[in-house]
Design a protein around this ligand. Sequence first.
Ligand SMILES: Cc1cc2nc3c(=O)[nH]c(=O)nc-3n(C[C@H](O)[C@H](O)[C@H](O)COP(=O)(O)OP(=O)(O)OC[C@H]3O[C@@H](n4cnc5c(N)ncnc54)[C@H](O)[C@@H]3O)c2cc1C
Length: 359
Amino acid sequence: MIKNEIKALGLKFDGTILTDNLSKTLYATDASVYRKIPLAVAIPKTVDDIQKLINFASDNNIGLIPRAAGTSLAGQCVGDGIVVDVSKHFTQILNLDKSKKQVTVQPGVIRDDLNKYLEPYGFFFGPNTSTSNRCMIGGMVGNNSSGTTSIQYGVTRDKVVSMKTVLSDGSKVEFKAISVPDFKKKTTKNTLEGKLYKYLYKELSKSSIQNEINKEFPKPQIHRRNTGYAVDELLKSKVFDPAAVDFNLCKLLSGSEGTLAFTTEITLQLEELPPKHSAMVVTHYSSLEDCLSDVEPVMGHGLHMCEMMDKVILDCTKNNKTQLKNRFFVEGDPAALLMLELKSGSKTGLQKDLKALLN
Ligand SMILES: Cc1cc2nc3c(=O)[nH]c(=O)nc-3n(C[C@H](O)[C@H](O)[C@H](O)COP(=O)(O)OP(=O)(O)OC[C@H]3O[C@@H](n4cnc5c(N)ncnc54)[C@H](O)[C@@H]3O)c2cc1C
């Protein structure tokens, strides 16, 4: 029955809907151990296609699973509904605002491709996952991705300025930072967007809920984390705390793993290119404990990157043809090592920072 309806949807679709076993098997997993054969795979071409999919899914009580590069490690792109792949047609870099240092992209833009495009302008997008040569901005926002440089540049959530989305009723809504009066105005609208603002205001204004969030959510110092919906981030806004920043629902959408809205455009805050001179210090340890106890003192040195590798990972590289050449800096058989990167605008500055780190 539903097969016929999916076929009928395909006829109204600008993109492609795949229902053959090979395609469904290919899209049954991401980079995780999970596997589920989806009902179908949709490759939308336009925002109109996405709206059609959402309306179809609501009418038929089917889940949609947005997918960018599918490098998620915890089954975020796995499900028995319709997998919606944005990696083929939503790949445009739409606008670069040099004065604001902001770029607007579609969700299927690859992170490293974006940085290649930005380099001649002297900008780059900071968050840097190990999968940066293939992962896409839509997926990075979905997972609130971070990576090696997050200690310097923060996580993806920190960089999302605004998002154009399609909500579960098919309405197109843009989320961005809004003032308190604009927030209040939105709560009066009789649309799904208005209802969302109204509901969030009602619930998050309750002191019992605020106390619970403050008590149970991870400490604010633990910045590189993704543990459920980031409603704590919404409390850090002028609507609930006059000393805070404007309210921006992108904080909640970032890290919501495609469960709250379908993203069609993202505007990101960029960084200026990092200083040219860099050095990597690799400290070796005979125990994991020694390695971990070094993290706090070294973090006080303005590192660009601080990554740990333990023996489990290092041993995986010993008999791997590709990785063998990459372990040239490993001396002996350490239990763990820290890779500490310093960057500076001048050679002398770098030497000074290196000396301070090594002392
Ligand atoms: C070897 C390896 C190393 C990794 N290293 C890191 C790392 O260093 N740091 C890190 O943070 N992660 C890491 N990851 C996890 C993953 O690569 C990143 O989170 C990456 O940013 C995901 O991007 P993606 O394009 O593959 O997203 P996907 O896996 O396709 O999607 C991620 C989430 O975003 C949602 N989504 C995608 N597009 C949309 C859309 N248009 N609208 C709404 N929701 C959408 C999806 O539903 C899903 O929930 C690693 C994974 C692997 C396999």
